[in-house]
Design a protein around this ligand. Structure first.
Ligand SMILES: [Zn+2]
Length: 419
């Protein structure tokens, strides 16, 4: 990717200045909206001796500390400090790193740095009284917003088109999850549709470390252009909103299982594949292989879990006073999900199967509004949170600036917005 300084030349200068003006205004917004206070790490002096250990499966903090010559009272003091100051009580194998620092090769460990993420370090230093002090340091990151766009080609899935557009898999999954509130990927995706995403790339010391959040997404769906923007409300909560500032995250997902093909749609009259006579199909069938996790379409409470001849193993969730969802033909229920369990949106409640009256593994999904079955793929779904007047005004200003930035990036795909 080209940096801003690489793309300056005389003919482009005037356009660049315009982009910079936009960029600067965005920086002002993002500094307020997205950038929490960060601190840099102080480099260790060169004569210190440092040992780096990557936590392996079976490692415990105690074992690693004893291996480095620390005693049991150090182990206890360090565990306590980590738990109290950093909220860390367990180590994650193959992910956490620990640095042990000694003044000289033979000296006892005087500093321990736990690195639980590329953006956070927890420093433990041994005080003069033998106690350990714990200090959490956020690593300064350089975040850029990059833009990718693509088009659905004949026979494409959104995923394939997204990969071809150069959108990283993790970002695509986030985009998928967002769009699933508004779109049915099976029926709404057609050749010729365009889509775009603006997302964060995080750099440290000039090296890309990881991708951040999806900042904006746009998809030309059949029902109209779907646009969503990430925005921070004045109370500090982040959310996604449509162009007009209405909550984009719906309280329920239309398609609980991403990327699953609709094999039978909601209809008031359908010939039942097993019963043979015409009968309403009160839900939507999604093809998926046996054992595929079934996520709850929204948060709520399990009000029924059982078996009946038609549904096989099924679960019903009450989301609020208006909406209930039902999931049928499960091969098994998720552990600990029983009648009365409070579930979160996306939490696995069971696994796809073919129990009950079913001709093959699939999820039969019903959406019930005020006691009446409605089509989950087309029903108007309630938004989780909307913006108050003041936030809405701020959002609209922010969204306009972001749209201007996106417009520039769409013409100059190698550019990025420095956040
Ligand atoms: Zn069905």
């Amino acid at each position: 990717m080209k940096k801003a300084k690489d793309i300056i030349n005389a003919s482009m200068l005037s356009r660049l200045v315009m982009v910079l003006a936009i960029v600067l205004s965005l920086v002002a917004i993002f500094v307020v909206v997205l950038h929490p206070g960060t601190r840099t790490i102080t480099p260790t002096s060169s004569d210190e001796c440092k040992t780096v250990v990557v936590v392996a499966s079976g490692d415990t903090l105690g074992k690693l500390l004893i291996d480095q010559g620390l005693n049991n009272s150090d182990v206890n003091a360090i565990s306590d400090a980590l738990k109290k100051s950093a909220g860390i009580s367990t180590l994650r194998a193959d992910s956490d790193k620990i640095e042990f620092v000694r003044a000289t090769t033979d000296a006892p460990v005087s500093k321990i740095v736990l690195i639980p993420s590329p953006w956070k370090q927890v420093e433990l230093t041994c005080g003069e009284n033998g106690g350990w002090n714990c200090n959490t340091i956020e690593i300064e990151r350089d975040t850029r917003a990059v833009y990718k766009s693509g088009e659905i080609k004949n026979g494409d899935s959104f995923y394939l088109a997204g990969v071809r557009a150069g959108i990283p898999a993790g970002i695509l999954i986030d985009v998928y999850d967002l769009l699933a509130f508004e779109m049915d990927f099976e029926r709404d995706v057609r050749a010729g549709q365009h889509f775009s995403v603006l997302y964060e790339e995080n750099f440290s010391d000039g090296q890309k470390v990881d991708n951040g959040h999806v900042l904006a997404v746009q998809f030309e769906a059949l029902r109209g252009n779907v646009k969503m923007y990430r925005f921070k409300k004045s109370d500090g909560t982040m959310g996604y909103y449509d162009e007009n500032g209405n909550g984009a995250i719906k309280s329920l997902k239309r398609t609980p299982i991403n990327n699953a093909k609709v094999t039978s749609n909601f209809s008031s009259r359908r010939k039942h594949p097993i019963l043979g006579f015409t009968r309403a199909h009160k839900g939507v069938d999604f093809r998926a292989s046996t054992g595929t996790p079934i996520p709850a379409a929204g948060s709520g409470r399990v009000v029924a879990r059982g078996f009946n001849r038609g549904h096989g193993n099924y679960i019903k969730i009450r989301h609020n006073g208006t909406y209930e969802t039902l999931y049928a033909h499960m091969s098994k229920f998720a552990k600990g999900v029983v009648v009365g369990t409070a579930v979160k949106q996306g939490q696995t409640i069971g696994y796809v199967g073919s129990t009950g009256m079913s001709t093959g593994p699939h999820l039969h999904y019903e959406l019930i509004k005020n006691g009446t079955h409605v089509n989950p793929l087309t029903a108007k779904l309630p938004a989780i949170s909307n913006l108050g007047d003041a936030d809405k005004k701020k959002f609209i200003e922010y969204r306009k600036k972001l749209d201007d930035g996106i417009e520039q990036l769409s013409k100059n795909p190698d550019w990025f917005i420095q956040l």
